[in-house]
Design a protein around this ligand. Structure first.
Ligand code: ZN
Length: 339
């Protein structure tokens, strides 16, 4: 009951990359960088195991950014001439690569770290990929000139990599779709269809993570404009409930998302965010268990998983480690309370 997992990313050690940044510069190159990425992956596998998590991830230590890490292995993208683009409906600006030709995978994207993860833990493993709609929102399109066509082109490539991850022994493939909380009508329409296209043929568990973003200032400011009730999930959840995706990850603790929206996910596993990524304060076991208790009003016990609200990448490492322990301790308390 109540498996525990992180959403995806964890902070990179200072010897791997710049800390506290969403697009950090690597501290090494070539073979030394490849080795450093795997060393950091091993560090976080062990720290997750020691904290007591049930589902282990690679902490996204091998990718510079959760979207651009995937794009680096895609042919048809120009990384040399990045352009500034407003992303998530202009919430913030980023320097993004451009699509300049038909898209194709150059080869495997995450084979090294996925196989490494499988080899170094006996627990269930989850691997994250960016969702098609979120990729479309994080790259400049100089070729397809159509967001839907571009999304399905990416979905095709994501599907190839997802099937290969499954063959590597991954138990859960998760697609990250923060853009679903921004483009509400499009998400419920073609966003979920593109997501299902990316997940087709998978017999391992499939998941989608939909959040209000990393705990960076632009996101904190944006949340202040969303009013007293955040009902963004209301449009996309029914479409996801009708989809082939098995699990949905959402923000809960310290958010203004009405808990009853979780009832719209009937039939799905719900990964409830019980750890805040926008605050360095460490959650108490009681806070975590209370959050699980609120979700249990709308989610059956056997369908509830405890998770972080979003990735922990921009946080200090010591804070992230303490939050992993808080997640596990609070969930243990919830198991006692709600057994
Ligand atoms: Zn997130």
């Amino acid at each position: 009951m109540f498996d525990t997992a992180i959403a995806g990313s964890l902070p990179k050690p200072e010897w791997l990359a710049e800390t506290g940044k969403l697009w950090p510069r690597w501290q090494a190159e070539g073979q030394a960088l490849s080795q450093a990425k795997l060393d950091a992956t091993l560090l976080w596998i062990k720290l997750q195991e020691e904290a007591g998590l049930d589902v282990i991830g690679d902490g996204e230590q091998s990718r510079q950014h959760f979207v651009h890490g995937f794009l680096e292995q895609v042919e048809g993208i120009d990384f040399e001439h990045k352009v500034e683009m407003g992303i998530r409906n202009d919430r913030y600006k980023a320097m993004v690569p451009q699509v300049v030709a038909p898209l194709r995978l150059k080869g495997r994207v995450h084979a090294a770290e996925a196989q490494f993860l499988r080899a170094h833990t006996k627990r269930k493993i989850k691997f994250t990929l960016p969702g098609p709609m979120t990729i479309v929102d994080t790259v400049a399109d100089g070729h397809y000139h159509d967001r839907v066509k571009l999304a399905f082109a990416f979905a095709e490539l994501l599907n190839q990599e997802a099937l290969a991850l499954q063959a590597d022994g991954v138990d859960i493939v998760q697609f990250d779709e923060p853009a679903f909380n921004v483009y509400l009508d499009q998400a419920a329409d073609w966003g979920v269809q593109a997501l299902e296209h990316a997940a087709r043929g998978l017999h391992c568990k499939t998941a989608v993570h939909i959040c209000y973003g990393y705990g960076i200032q632009a996101n904190i400011d944006w949340k202040k404009t969303l009013g007293g009730e955040w009902r963004q999930y209301e449009k996309v959840f029914p479409a996801l409930a009708a989809s082939s995706i098995d699990q949905v990850s959402l923000e809960c603790i310290h958010s203004l998302v009405p808990a009853e929206l979780m009832a719209l996910l009937a039939g799905k596993d719900v990964m409830v965010g019980v750890i805040d990524v926008a605050s360095d304060a460490i959650e108490t076991p009681e806070e975590v268990a209370d959050t699980i208790g609120r979700a249990l009003q709308f989610v059956p016990r056997e369908r509830l998983l405890a998770c972080t609200n979003c990735g922990l990448a921009p946080m200090q490492r010591s804070v992230a480690e303490a939050k992993l322990r808080a997640l596990v301790q609070g969930t243990a308390l919830a198991r006692q309370r709600y057994a």
